[in-house]
Design a protein around this ligand. Sequence first.
Ligand code: ADP
Ligand code: MG
Length: 627
Amino acid sequence: MALLQIAEPGQSPVPHQVKLAVGIDLGTTNSLVATVRGGRAAVLPDEQGAPMLPSVVNYSDPSAAVVGRTAQAMSSEHPADTLISVKRFMGRGREDANEDAARAHYQLADDAAGMVRFVTAAGPVSPVEASAEILRVLHQRAIDTLGDELQGAVITVPAYFDESQRQATKDAATLAGLKVLRLLNEPTAAAVAYGLDSAEQGVIAVYDLGGGTFDISILRLHQGVFEVLATGGDTALGGDDFDAAVADWVLQESGSQALQPGLYRTLQARARAAKEQLSDAESVSISLDGLVDSGAAVVLTRAGFESLIQPLVKQTLRACRRCLRDAQLDTDVDNVVMVGGSTRIPLVREAVAEFFSRDPLLDIDPDQVVAVGAAIQADILVGNRPEGDLLLLDVIPLSLGLETMGGLVEKIIPRNTTIPVTRAQEFTTFKDGQTALVVHIVQGERELVADSRSLARFELRGIPPMVAGAARIQVTFQVDADGLLNVSAREAATGVQSAVTVKPSFGLNDEQISAMLQASFSHAEQDKQARQLAEQRLEAQQLLEGLEIALAADGDALLAPDECARLHQKMSLVREQMSGEDVNDLRIQTEQLGQASESFAARRMDKSIREALSGVSLEALDDGVSE
Ligand code: ADP
Ligand code: MG
């Protein structure tokens, strides 16, 4: 929902060097791949000319997964090995997914890590792996049609997808050998497909009724920037329910009882075909051949179909009303975008038009609109647009954080957080009497400042002198809809504050971003050790500094010369160890120094109590205590 510049001024791509990139709608029911060619965005069909790839993966053959229509055809025979709607399971934990898995008749593998994995003939399969199979097919389709210099893909995700669901989608792309240019929210992609991003401002409702899910999103466009005001819907309501309603009606009409599962699935397929025909035809005949003994066919009229699905359509409108309420809007939106195959149904179009009191946008094929928007976005991202074109960004590509003692990074806003966003965290002073604090803002996934990208630095001055750890400094990170980062620091007691505005993109290109992400993955273990070492060094340094002050003040008075020498010797051992790389040795040395200085600390404590009590009679003290 914000704009960051991708092309640095003066770096605009050479006009004739068109780079190939694709947009992918990784849907629950169907997936598509689209690209911009000759200035026009279009979906890439398969060899048979079909644009949509059913999001179905069959694992009956352990040596090779089958994807799409063929897999769909195998589903009646191999229900457990045929994974449909895996998108519902992306990025979810096993506990969380149990119920949905049971509903879909999937058996989940036992997994110590709590991951969701389906039991199939090819062994346990995770939703990420199954999604990767779908992406692999679309990737191959793109290479076959466009040639193999694909720069990358924009992949769409539901606006409500959280960090782990987005990450799972990215992981699937990586498995499929795809470079992800960006994840884009599905409703944002649909709005982009209609060119709504070129308007000055406006409120857009995106009504997405697919196969198994209904999503309503309210977007606000302001200065070319999309913000998701609210999302809502029903994760168990879609075209499949219309199919079921028709199938049940057919059974009732033919006077037959429930069918066995295999036959019921056949009936459902016929019901779906009838439903789709009814979007154009006034009536259809549904054959009962092979399903029931008696009947040849039943006829369903459009009016009959409409009365069957009316309650479900009403249900979507109730969700729209709730979502508008969440967005604190009435029904007065500037544009309504229709997305998803089920919005082809005339009744759905009419109901939505009436609800919002305006004609919804439906020029672009509702099945394809998300993929088309993603393709346009991908085209911009690889730099095929003339200079000045801006990049839509709705999540933060890299974590933003700040430097804490010991050169460590404290992440304040994790990557993939949607913007605008505000996060605050409290910090404190490290030294007694510290009156100023440097706020160093860094970007990246690594644990150490040295491995991160430095964005800005500013000072907070005028902190009242206090003992270390007593000051309370609130640091606030705010990324606004324009993609600008504003960092402010405020000391609670005095209210002194200081702030700086940073532009987080800073011309960081996607390659750099992915290199940084890659580094954070491959360095995870190394980073953990580096963090431990840095923390241990910090502890050692604090102990040394404290001891130096104490020795300067009371060393001569409270310690015998040999005690003093022993302490100094242990201190220099710690100092030596601090420049080494062994965290364990440093920990041991620090602990030994701590123990060695204990009796000195105790003597200082006694001394300060004596001093505090000097001149105060014991009786007075007693009185004070007893009262
Ligand atoms: P998803 O976003 O879940 O992947 P889609 O947007 O591809 O789903 O929508 C698939 C649904 O659209 C299916 O239920 C399908 O039957 C339905 N659909 C496709 N074409 C039509 C049509 N002409 N009339 C009614 N429903 C249709
Ligand atoms: Mg969809």
